[in-house]
Design a protein. Structure first.
Length: 134
């Protein structure tokens, strides 16, 4: 593993840590009723978010198996798809929270948490693509 890739993984871990810390603090802003509403609204949808990711990985594995010459292009598409998916899900969840009337302070903290999380994955993904294409 190259040094640059190691740096990317460290950045990712730091971003995930800070994101989780902010999320945990944000939960303290919610009442018990709001926490229950949050759980009810978002606990069941998490399993469906994996379907596009599984389809993306399956497509990547299929392409690299059937057409190894296209494996680099397929990897680039997979990384870009994954990053787009992360940002799409974040925006969707934030809109849903606003629609259900969660407190603005909580939504602001959650947004910060998600942007840090997404930036960590974006930086790591860009480093992966750089390493692949150099």
């Amino acid at each position: 593993m190259s040094n640059l890739l190691s740096v990317g993984l460290i950045i990712l871990m730091v971003c995930i840590y800070f994101s989780r810390s902010i999320s945990k603090e944000a939960l303290e802003l919610l009442s018990e009723q709001e926490k229950l509403l949050l759980y009810k609204q978002f606990s069941g949808s998490g399993r469906f978010y994996l379907i596009p990711v599984i389809i993306g990985f399956t497509g990547y594995i299929t392409i690299t198996y059937l057409k190894p010459a296209f494996s680099n292009a397929a990897f680039v598409i997979l990384i870009l798809f994954f990053l787009f998916f992360l940002f799409f899900i974040s925006i969707r969840v934030i809109r849903k929270m606003k629609a259900f009337g969660f407190p603005a302070g909580y939504i602001k903290e959650y947004q910060q948490s998600r942007w840090i999380y997404n930036i960590g994955f974006t930086l790591c993904g860009c480093i992966l693509l750089y390493e692949l294409l150099k």
